[in-house]
Design a protein around this ligand. Sequence first.
Ligand code: UDP
Length: 413
Amino acid sequence: MLQVVPVKQIHLDAYAPIVGAATVEELRELARPLNGLRVVHVNATAFGGGVAEILQTLVPLSVDVGLEATWQVIEGSDDFFNVTKAMHNGLQGMDIPFTPEMQRIWQEYNRRNAEKFEGTYDIVIVHDPQPAGLLHYTGGKHAPHWAWRCHIDTSEPNPVYWDFLAPYISEYEAGIFTLKEYVGPGVTFRHLAIIPPTIDPLSPKNADMPLEEAKAIVQKFGIDVNRPLLLQVSRFDPWKDPLGVIDCYRLVKKERPDVQLALVGSMASDDPEGWIYYDRTVRHAGEDFDIHILHNFHGVGSREVNAFQRVADVVIQKSLREGFGLVVAEAMWKGKPVVGGKVGGIPLQIVDGETGFLVESVEECADRALYLLQHPQEARRMGQAARERVRRHFLITRHLRDYLHLFRELTGL
Ligand code: UDP
């Protein structure tokens, strides 16, 4: 049997003060015909990264509205996750090899996980490329409906990777993508759903926290809360460009010598490359003690990320390629204007000049960050607009609604 991820109990009613009682009622209404529907989400990791973050809330909320929703993770070795990390990069267009041996490893682990997959469901939702072969290797016998949920941008994939994966994902009845533009070339689904990710406003990462408490937490990591702080929260990954963030900080520091930078990044269990890139980041930072590079092994968990996002003067997300960029919505929800790379799902969230800034270079990033540091009132106004934008478009209740619509479409209920 695949490992079942335990989830906490969550009540939809708790969201009424944030999204309104009418929205809660609408969701219950939408879910009524789906009562008892057996839905299982399958992905590669129970911890780290955006997918785990979403499932932690989406699954228990689905249960609260009457579905029999569960979450399972596949098993893999370092070998397998090295391959799937390469697939992640290759599918987003990186020019890297995909050897027959790598392909064999992916197939072998998908076959093994398929053998371990148990149970009977109405809908199976498989997330991302790691377990994408589950439908093929089980023959689909566990459920009448299968959906592949792709969290990455496969619009311009490395063809070697795409040609390999396309036959596996073409077997799925439904494809779920963050943006319409992300659907890779030549693949069509009978049902195509466009569902941008969302955040949970009540999770420990996003729930309200008094500023004083947040400052006390951040201070424990050696940050001087009386001096300006730039922040990026991201895995240590070339696409997140932590080295570019350091360069940006250095430009800002020329004008504001008191500025500090925190780079906070968790190590996901399916991301062995993370450590390598973490080392590179530390080397790039050198002996500058105003640069703080932290990860979950330092004790930076959800509450700490929450605190950092609240204390930071400017939040940066200088991605070069991005699926959605949940961290952008997280910071916006805390009333922060985000300076973000103009890639992937970031422009969906940041309205340039209104709820933050979109940038395409280190210089632009430094320029906007400095502007926000020097215009705190303007920064506050933009931050408030950012929070409202998230309330309207990027809270988990909207996500649940999109999934319920899809489930009704698939089942005809
Ligand atoms: N995250 C975290 N601790 C860290 C770094 C990241 O909890 O040190 C979380 C972050 O808050 C967000 C998720 O990991 O919820 C990252 O999602 P995003 O969509 O931004 O990027 P991904 O890692 O999925 O590419």
